[in-house]
Design a protein around this ligand. Structure first.
Ligand SMILES: [Zn+2]
Ligand SMILES: [Zn+2]
Length: 403
């Protein structure tokens, strides 16, 4: 080995790298650890073959929070970086490369979300990513209905849920408003379900819901499915640790799921009700929220609502072609009631103006409220009585004029 070359390189390394990052700096082992955010920690262990630097250094990467596949990919990339510097100093270029990647790639902490999403999409091409910008674009279609959204992940994902930008849509604006409000609520709840001592559960979004099952149904029906490690994945020790983390996450998620149900989130229900209810304990770290948010938009919104019916008349809510929306007669226009369910204006008008008043929603059973119809039962009864009286008067007149 070029002993003196390595010694002088190590000298430079120890002068250059921050003391709190350089855990070891010997010819037998150089170890550097850093974490630009709590969810992006990386440790590189470097060893030197006998003919270093004529051959590349040997790097081994570890991370507590990053997905093992991303760590493996990074390790290969580090080895390539070392090869670019054959014959010269390799340590600092490799560490700089690694730091640059881990610091500036805003999507690495969402690796398993993105993989789960890709696997659950019929055509993975509808999902595009921009790693440096930290954005994930989805172009969703169901028949003639389209929704294009962009998720923007912050540097500290998953401690904060992504923000959603609507890029294009052929849905009525009030639908889109509901989609986004609900998705944001799901994201908020994922974030609040985390605990400070728990890393993102490794399996949480590894496995997409089976065909025909929404993310919510999938979680509810078979939570454990999401956490079963693949047979060829990792060592026995790793699998054991993963199973323990999964069990803990499952308990948390189930707790959270109950809260989601209590608040009516996950059905298409409004966030108004949710917002007025005391939230889950505030905690400092979150569960990955990108996949649950996106899967909600895919399964519960875009793929479902164009086929939804008005439960009063059993007719389709939306026309097959969104371009017919502005031409619809008033009775066929869609109204969203307070609980978040949708009916035709004409159908609601029919049931809201006749007794018994305070009718329940046919989907969720909660009382129907809508600003276009009076909700005060006394007022409604009085109006009904006046209308009946007028009709009786007319009947009297008719009888008076009769034979
Ligand atoms: Zn109807
Ligand atoms: Zn309802």
């Amino acid at each position: 080995m070029g002993e003196s070359i390595l010694t002088s390189e190590l000298d430079l390394v120890s002068k250059t790298l921050p003391k709190n990052e350089l855990r070891s700096c010997f010819p037998s082992l150089v170890q550097v650890e850093f974490a630009p955010t709590a969810y992006r920690d990386i440790c590189i262990k470097i060893q030197f073959p006998d003919d270093y630097p004529q051959t590349p250094l040997i790097a081994q990467l570890e991370s507590r929070r990053l997905h093992e596949d991303i760590v493996t990919k990074l390790q290969v990339a580090c080895e390539k970086e070392a090869e670019k510097n054959l014959g010269g100093e390799q340590i600092l270029p490799v560490v700089d490369f690694l730091r640059n990647f881990v610091t500036n790639n805003n999507l690495i902490a969402a690796f398993s979300d993105i993989r789960a999403l890709r696997a659950s999409l019929p055509d993975p091409a509808v999902l595009t990513t921009q790693e440096r910008a930290g954005t994930v674009k989805l172009l969703l279609e169901e028949g003639a209905y389209k929704l294009a959204v962009r998720f923007v992940l912050s540097k500290d994902y998953p401690e904060h849920a992504p923000t959603i930008e609507v890029k294009a849509s052929t849905f009525p604006p009030e639908y889109v408003h509901m989609f986004i409000a609900q998705a944001n609520e799901i994201g908020r709840r994922c974030v609040e379900a985390g605990t400070s001592e728990m890393p993102p559960p490794p399996g949480i979004s590894e496995m997409p819901p089976p065909p025909g099952l929404s993310f919510k149904e999938w979680k509810k029906k078979d939570m454990t499915m999401a956490f079963v490690p693949l047979a060829n994945e990792g060592t026995a020790k790793h699998r054991k640790a993963e199973a323990a983390a999964a069990a803990k996450a499952e308990a948390l998620m189930l707790g959270n799921q109950r809260k989601l149900e209590i608040l009516g989130i996950g059905e298409h229900c409004p966030s108004e009700a949710a917002l007025s209810t005391p939230s889950v304990e505030k905690v400092s770290s979150g569960l990955p929220s990108l996949a649950p948010m996106a899967l909600f938009l895919i399964n519960d919104c875009v793929q479902r609502l164009p086929r939804d019916i008005c439960k009063i008349c059993d007719g389709g809510l939306l026309p097959a072609n969104p371009s017919d929306l502005p031409k619809l007669p008033k009775d066929k226009q869609v109204e969203r009631i307070y609980c978040g369910h949708y009916y035709h204006y004409g159908c609601l008008n029919k049931i809201m103006t006749v007794p018994p008043f305070a009718k329940p929603c046919l989907t969720c059973g909660r009382r129907i409220y809508h600003h276009k119809w009076v909700s005060d039962i006394k007022v409604l009864e009085k109006r009904w009585a006046t209308k009946q009286a007028r009709e009786r008067e007319i009947d009297d007149v008719v009888n008076f004029l009769g034979p």
